[in-house]
Design a binder for this molecule. Sequence first.
Ligand SMILES: [Mg+2]
Length: 130
Amino acid sequence: MTAQTARTLVSFDIDGTLEVGDPPGIVTISMVRQAKSLGYLIGSCSDRPIRFQQELWARLGIGVDFTVLKHRLVDVKALFEAAAYYHIGDTEMDDTVASGAGFRFLRAEAAAHRAWGPELFVAAARHLSL
Ligand SMILES: [Mg+2]
């Protein structure tokens, strides 16, 4: 499938990043669903145990492609072929882990989101003619 090579992969940190995290972050579950509806490969990369991550997504009714501990983000890159890899998180550790794994780090912070939000969603939607 040629479409697969153009896929975008988005990894979400949970605490301090997602609105359902502890503490809550700025990334809404609606945004996660939007990424999923655009055909992106999505999943979580968090210090939370895998079981916790799986139960969170099950409770939200969102089928994710991966759930990994933070230091395993590099494995996600190896497992999935995508044109672009993003990790959305709120800490310097997220930045370090993302950069080390070859992901572009997107900070879950309002001002930064104003820049990457349109890039990640609107531009992609236009590209896919959705
Ligand atoms: Mg966090």
